[in-house]
Design a protein around this ligand. Sequence first.
Ligand SMILES: O=C(O)CCC(=O)C(=O)O
Ligand SMILES: [Fe+2]
Length: 570
Amino acid sequence: MSLITGDPEQSPRDCSRSRSSSSGKHRRGCRVLIVASSTAASLASLALILWLTLRPSSPRFSLLAATATVDDDASATIIVVDAALTAHNPNAHATALYGQLRASASYAGVPLGAGAPLPPLEQPDQDDAVLSALLTSSSSTSPSWWPAPGGRALLRVRIEGQLRWKVASWVSGRHGLTVDCVAAVVPSSAGQQQQQGSSSSPSQCATQRADLGDAFDQLARNHTAPRTIPVVDISPFLLPLADNNNSPECVVEAVRAAAADWGVMHIAGHGITADLMDRLRAAGAAFFALPIHAKEAYANDPAAGRLQGYGSRLATNASGEREWEDYLFHLLHPDALADHALWPAHPPDYVAATREFGRRIREVASALLAILSAGLLGPARGDALEKELTRGRAGDDHDLRLQLKINYYPRCPQPELAVGVEAHTDVSALSFILHNGVPGLQVRHAGRWVTARDEPGTIIVHVGDALEILSNGRYTSVLHRGLVNREAVRVSWVVFCEPPPDAVLLRPLPDLVTTDQPARFTPSTFKQHLDRKLFKKHQRQPVLPPLSPHEHDEQQQQEEDLDGGGHQIN
Ligand SMILES: O=C(O)CCC(=O)C(=O)O
Ligand SMILES: [Fe+2]
């Protein structure tokens, strides 16, 4: 009996043909799938490249004018706020699309009415647009908190909404937008002429930054993160007679690894007593507790080139940054070069405690430079970095300079709108930081901001630009910033350890320059490096991104790749 049936579909031949045709279909299907997915991938990467190259900077807002009018009649008090803001789209290739905009105003934390919707707006690149809002509130009694006639009211005018970007025909997702402006107005009554002084003067507005926030919240978040700044006990180099668990070789390796990977570490075993650190803290805190006129006796004048002394950045500065700090800055070492007239006479222990701290930090700086040199060139070359930073010469003119900056960050009611110190790298070789235990310092590591923990008794050490240059990039000048918070005043004492400004040429140590690893930096004096950085900083446009935290991290990284930020006085 034949197994061959009359059904062609069942014959082995047909069967094989049918198999080959199905695998042909399968191959065709696969090809289509491959072409489709590679087209989608190319389009996605094109969109990504487009986004990365054209990534827009957020619009900038300023308050053009605001008036407040009060109409008291028998039955109600009606307050009308009329505010006009300008929005500037600073981008060259991106249109800003604003939607769901709502304006509101408040006085002393009390909302003035329910707010008012604003029409959607499409703003072409480089365009300026005016947003105006008429906000009315009505209450049955005259509000007791309203300023007396002729008095000034600080009104908060806020615009919230959504922002999308349009680049060619591509439109981004929605980002939240919050704009806060403060308007100082003298309210007029309804019968008065408008000119009778109710208008506020133009001022900058702040755009909320998703990456900022209260330093305490950031620290709490950090506690669940696995990454923390390394703590290294350097006592074998500074306290050789102490009971050390570590060998000098282990210390060299731990410091080298921290300086290369993080550019920052907490150092323990530095030999500076808790008593001296407490005296320094008490003296600095007592200075900032003085009345403003007493502090202003030491005022600096950066515009006139006088950087040393007492200064304040409690405002939006010229480059659009909203830094929230007071500071005192002066040379600490060599003592003979210091201008002691700028060292506060009050409290009485300021000079003695600060001078003694300077002496001790100078010793720690030598020990750390020896450890870091050994980490680059081996134990026999422990003197290389300090020699290079001082040209191997003795005397005050060639000695390392120590500059002290005491940062005082007041409590900030809206920490998401301000930053203590903007992201920057220090120009110094090393910076030593002591603080009052209140969180705020954040360092950049592997694409994320990490909030420094309080490690009692330790001193934080940053690698600065000068050391990154000398090490030909093996040590990392750490990007960092200072956050503020609602609850507690933060004070930090930063000692910048630098080469003399003109006497030393900063360049990679010759032993670290090879054909495989050519010099990554061109030689310059410390002063030239500082000037170049300040120049770049002032050229830079502020970027206030209304982006989500992770987008912001990327954007921040991009900005950082362009320029590590500058610092006027370190
Ligand atoms: O306050 C801090 O911890 C850091 C301050 C800082 O980075 C600076 O003054 O350069
Ligand atoms: Fe700094």
